[in-house]
Ligand binder design. Structure first.
Ligand code: DSN
Length: 415
């Protein structure tokens, strides 16, 4: 996409936009929640639908002039139903957090109880962190991963559910590298007559492609974001059975949001259309294969992975065993200087502050979109380890940066 018109109108913003495009082209995006959408999704997201108000749902709007808005939203809904096999889909949530908020608003009263995974064990703020509306509005208890294995401790979660008697159990995470036993959560929720919410924000694309187990049909509600592994327009989504459709729709609008962001919904529709192609299944499988290759090579270099590996698009490195004096933030900053962008992350049993935690999280969706395969990901692991071993060494960072330049030239992104 060219920013010529923006440049004429507003050079300062055009400089920043062009700078960001260059940054994405010239660096390796390994933040596990990020990806690179297609030019078609970019174009759809910047369409004139940004001008349109369309409170309501297709065919039932509170404004005139909604014919094309209806078409676009219905396409997004229909494609999402096909992708995930859901009975009912709401594509209006502005983000994954807004999607979770929609479910809570629909099904819970203030002070009702949420049982969810603790943030530093891989959970998400919107699952009930005290700093988030969910933690302020509901009574929250959190379950954990087993400190030995790094896997969700299903037995302890089940016992905790029985003791706490939650109204909703939340499964699905932001920094958890393993597949999820949705049925175990279903049983735990059923035993205490609670709803089950599966938040598949990170793995939407993997679930759609069948390379991660699906909670659709098992959980009462499935939420997600639409710009991570699924690589569509930015925002959120809620899926549920028909019996909850009206409650969910009313909770999203007018319950928690006003006008839908139809330009983003157009991007969702285009991205979902792309994800229905056989190529997307191959992409999702490659994302998982690449993460496995990345993780294995990091382990060969002596780094510890939480849970000992990955089934998904991400690896979570606990630096405390191999590099006890190095923090995740130091590594994040040094790697960014070298052109590899990932994030410092808390790890289970964290002993440092969340601002300077003991781990790093790395994902392969962005690299895979660029065309990286397993061999290239193994080389990226080698580059990461060179920097982890000595984050202050300027010569190492310069050498890694030179190699990143070659790789980004070899696997180009946007024109
Ligand atoms: N911020 C996202 C992540 O990085 O996992 C989740 O919302």
């Amino acid at each position: 996409m060219s920013y010529e018109t923006v440049r004429e109108a507003d050079p300062a913003v055009a400089d920043a936009l062009a700078g960001e495009r260059q940054r994405q082209n010239d660096t390796l995006a390994m933040i596990a929640s990020e990806n690179h959408v297609s030019e078609a999704v970019l174009e759809a997201q910047s369409s004139e639908l940004t001008n349109k108000y369309a409170e309501g749902y297709p065919g039932e709007r509170y404004y005139g002039g909604c014919a094309y808005a209806d078409e676009v939203e219905q396409l997004a809904i229909d494609r999402a139903k096909e992708l995930w096999g859901a009975d009912h889909v709401n594509v209006q949530p502005h983000s994954g957090t807004q999607a979770n908020m929609g479910v809570y608003l629909a099904m819970l009263e203030p002070v009702d109880r949420i049982l969810s995974l603790e943030l530093e064990h891989g959970g998400h703020l919107s699952h009930g962190h005290p700093a988030n509306f969910a933690g302020k509005t509901y009574e929250v208890e959190q379950y954990h991963v087993d400190p030995e294995t790094g896997y969700v401790d299903y037995e302890a979660m089940r016992e905790q559910a029985e003791a706490f008697d939650p109204d909703i159990v939340v499964a699905g995470y932001s920094a958890y590298p393993r597949d999820i036993d949705w049925e175990a959560f279903r049983e735990a929720a059923d035993a205490v007559d609670a709803y089950l919410l599966a938040d598949i924000a990170h793995v939407t694309g993997l679930v759609a492609a069948g390379v991660h187990s699906s909670p659709v049909g098992v959980a009462d509600f499935v939420t997600g974001s639409t710009h991570k592994t699924i690589r569509a327009g930015r925002g959120g989504i809620i899926m549920c059975r028909e019996e909850h459709a009206d409650a969910i729709d009313a909770a999203v609008f007018p319950g928690g949001q006003g006008g839908p962001l139809l330009h983003n919904i157009a991007g969702k529709a285009v991205g979902f259309g792309e994800a229905l192609s056989p190529e997307f299944e191959a992409y999702a499988q490659q994302v998982v294969d690449n993460a496995a290759a990345l993780g294995e090579r990091l382990q060969e270099h002596g780094l510890s992975l939480v849970s000992g590996g990955t089934d998904t698009h991400l690896v979570l490195v606990d630096l405390r065993d191999s590099h006890p004096d190095t923090t995740g933030k130091e590594v994040e900053e040094a790697l960014e200087e070298a052109g590899i962008v990932l994030n410092a992350n808390t790890v289970p049993g964290e002993t440092r502050s969340p601002f300077n935690p003991s781990g790093i999280r790395a994902g392969t969706p962005g690299l895979t979109t660029r065309g990286f395969g397993e061999e290239a990901c193994r080389e990226v692991a080698d580059l990461i380890v060179r920097v982890v071993d000595d984050p202050a060494d300027e010569d190492v960072k310069a050498e890694v940066s030179d190699r990143v330049d070659e790789l980004t030239d070899e696997y180009p992104l946007y024109d």
